[in-house]
Each structure stands twice: as C-alpha cells, then as structure tokens.
Design a binder for this molecule. Structure first.
Ligand code: GTP
Ligand code: MG
Length: 238
C-alpha cells in the first residue's frame, strides 16, 4: 500500500481501534441510525484535521459537502475552542458546500478536486452520501440505477482520496435493526447501500444518554472490537 496519513478522531480508544485515526487514501463510511452521532463525528474530524501533527491532526483544511443542511458553524466553533483552536479560523479552514441533488453532489466532487489542488486539504466529508440518492431513486424499480450512480460517486471520491492523499468520510443512515443487519450493517430492511467502494466502515450505535458505541466493519486490516465514546459540549470524548 502507498503511504497513508491519519487524522485523530479525538477519541483515544477509537483512534487505537483505527490504528491512529481515520486514513487518507481511503473512504471511511460511517453508518448508523438517526442520532447515532455521524454528523457530530464529521464535525469533529473537520476540526481535528486542522490540529498540528503532534496533536493528531494534519495541519490541514477540510471540505464539507452537506446534503441535509445539518452543518452547524457554532458547533464547529465550540469543538475548535475545546481543542485550543481559534474558532473563526477553524471555521474559515472548512470549505463548505450544500448539495441540492445527487447530480449536484457529484459535481461538487469535481469542484472539490480543484480546491484540493490549490489548498492544503486533507479531509473531504460527504454527510450524507445517500440521502439524495434515496429520495430521487425510490423503490426497487430504481435500485439498479441508484446503485450505479452511487457506485460512480463513491469511486470518484476514492480516486480523489488516493490521488491527493486525502481522507474521505461519508455517512449513511441505516435503520436500527441490529438483529437484521448484524454482521452486515449495509443491508438493512428497506434497501441496501454501498455494495463496493468504501474502504472500511464504522458502525455507530446509540447506548444510554450521550454514550455511543462504535465498531469497525468490513476491514481486512483493522482489528475486531468495539469502543464507546460520549457526545458532550466539547465534542466527542472518551
Ligand atoms: P442522522 O443524520 O439523523 O442520521 O443522525 P446522526 O447520526 O448524524 O446524529 P448526530 O451526529 O446529529 O447526533 C446527534 C446527537 O448528538 C444527539 O444525541 C445530540 O444530543 C448530540 N449533539 C448534537 N449537538 C450537540 C451539542 O452541541 N452538544 C451536545 N452535548 N450534544 C450534541
Ligand atoms: Mg446527521
């Protein structure tokens, strides 16, 4: 494998599970039910990537493609403050774009490429990767076309990640039916998702109150096992 870099998640136990953090030259797919913390993790990574290397970051900027209008600048600033970063600076280091359709989302990946060429970007977030595709291609009859477009989208992202040594993080909401999708979180009732493309997957699960459990799936080189973290005012912590 080519040399990869890692971005700390800010959660030590999760970093350990990941071998140091989320990887460049890979697509990390974060799956979980509503409220499981996918968007919070994306926000945190967009801050963590900015930290210097000795603090787990890459001293770099992020691109944030938001399809559900759930990006919260105040939350970024709050997390930045908690990590000792200047909040306004931290916000300025995130190239934000709202995607209004699946086609627009795919075009934004092209734009992302030109930004990556000109700026020190080490993270691209697409939250959620699937929402537009689901609403535009509903039902079984559209599944093949949806899957084809989605696979191309993820392949584009993976190419970008690999060519420019960037980490890509995509999110994917799945229903909370552990018994159904245990062992395969991407085949819940109601339609399956990314058959191919994602390099590895993090499955987030709600526990009590602000506690979340995370497990790595479908990785040929990560260890089995799960860890927990808490979502607090300061962000995600052990
Ligand atoms: P969907 O997008 O609906 O699929 O959910 P998600 O997985 O993206 O969930 P999200 O990351 O939005 O997590 C929501 C959880 O984070 C909720 O339980 C909130 O209580 C918690 N949360 C969000 N913002 C804050 C905050 O500013 N402070 C604290 N303490 N918790 C927060
Ligand atoms: Mg979300």
């Amino acid at each position: 494998r080519k040399k990869i870099r890692r971005i700390s998640t800010g959660v030590r136990s999760l970093d350990e599970l990941l071998g140091g953090g989320i990887e460049t030259r890979a697509v990390t797919e974060v799956v979980g039910e509503f409220g499981s913390g996918k968007t919070q993790l994306c926000h945190q990574l967009a801050v963590m990537v900015q930290l210097p290397e000795e603090r787990g970051g890459l001293g770099a900027k992020a691109i944030y493609i938001d399809t559900e209008n759930t990006f919260r600048p105040e939350r970024i600033m709050q997390m930045a403050r908690a990590r000792g970063l200047d909040p306004d600076q931290a916000l300025n280091n995130i190239f934000y774009a709202r995607a209004y359709s699946s086609d627009h989302q795919m075009i934004l990946v092209e734009h992302a490429k030109s930004i990556v060429k000109q700026h020190n970007v080490a993270l691209i977030v697409v939250d959620s990767v699937i929402a537009h595709f689901r609403s535009e291609f509903p039902g079984r009859e559209n599944l093949a076309e949806r899957q084809q477009k989605l696979n191309k989208h993820v392949a584009d992202l993976l190419r970008l990640a690999d060519a420019y040594d960037v980490a890509v993080v995509i999110t994917n909401q799945v229903m909370a039916q552990p018994d159904v999708f245990f062992g395969n979180p991407l085949r819940p009732a109601g339609g399956n998702i990314l058959a191919h493309g994602a390099t590895y997957r993090l499955w987030l699960r709600k526990s009590k109150e602000n506690i979340r459990i995370v497990k790595i799936f479908d990785s040929p080189y990560h260890p089995e096992g799960e860890v927990s973290f808490r979502i607090t005012e300061e962000g995600l912590i052990d």
